[in-house]
Design a protein around this ligand. Sequence first.
Ligand SMILES: Cc1cc2nc3c(=O)[nH]c(=O)nc-3n(C[C@H](O)[C@H](O)[C@H](O)COP(=O)(O)OP(=O)(O)OC[C@H]3O[C@@H](n4cnc5c(N)ncnc54)[C@H](O)[C@@H]3O)c2cc1C
Length: 301
Amino acid sequence: MLTNNIHSALPHMTLHENMPLAPLCTLGVGGEAEIFAAPSSIEDMHILFSAVMKEGVPVYVLGGGSNVLFPDGLIRGVVISTQNLNSIEWRTPITADIDAGFKLSGIMKALRERGLGGFEFAAGIPGTLGGAIAGNAGTGGHGVCECAEYVCTIEPDGTIRNWNENEIAYSYRKCSLSDGKRIIVSARMTFRTAQPKDKDVLESYLLRRGTQPHGLRNAGCTFKNPEGNSAGKLLDECGCKGLRVGDAVVSDLHANFILNMGHATSSDILELIRQCYQRVYDSTGIKLEPEIKILGPCPCI
Ligand SMILES: Cc1cc2nc3c(=O)[nH]c(=O)nc-3n(C[C@H](O)[C@H](O)[C@H](O)COP(=O)(O)OP(=O)(O)OC[C@H]3O[C@@H](n4cnc5c(N)ncnc54)[C@H](O)[C@@H]3O)c2cc1C
């Protein structure tokens, strides 16, 4: 029924039923989306989202999949991917309108080519601009939202809205536009002319990456740093490194990274998250908050 309604609104759009999501996220786990669609224009995204909202079925927006944990089994509703929204248009020498599905690595490359800077903190962060704005991704006290002049969203009532920088509240790994109800479709991003010190700053961010696991499936930091503390340090002190459930393992290099060593399931990872959370809570009383976006019941209370 839903596919029929979407088809009549968007006859040219391919809808995938029972689409496996594991290949679409960096952890490589999770079940199938009942319906999956990846519109190739903001107009199509708008029509699709409006049709789906009218039906009242669950919707989940997927960017690069580098910060999500999908449950095993069938995921009811529609997973909408931004993977085909990936254009960048320069408006001024330092300002560009960038689609939500454009990769952060692509932005870094474009800035290098144009002799621009001010985005070094995003070096090495996988995923898309939309996902990065939704979670205010960043490092070293900086986040992607600080470069956004305005953000364009499709609202749950079907309207398209531009939020200017004064209307967007953001802090560490948080953005007011990310309440799971709207889709970020593009943003106007402002950078600055590169400065000689940028190279060293970039180098220092890339050096930090050396303390994180390479070449193994993961979704970045499992937990957010609690105020004034480091989640990785707390997890390490509580003996979490090397903890294992099935093929899900806490990295020996950095305790805040959970790795899929081959055939981990989402349930394995959720159980490992629960065990890590519990260990830290039992020995420190601190309730860690997951940084990974868990679709479905969260094991941390
Ligand atoms: C090796 C590795 C290193 C990492 N290092 C860092 C780091 O240093 N700093 C950091 O902050 N993160 C880091 N991450 C986590 C992740 O890369 C970032 O959070 C990234 O910004 C997520 O973007 P994404 O496109 O992959 O989003 P996804 O994983 O696809 O989605 C993440 C969340 O954003 C929502 N979302 C995605 N796109 C949209 C949209 N267009 N509109 C509305 N909601 C949307 C999703 O529904 C979901 O809730 C790392 C991950 C990995 C695997």
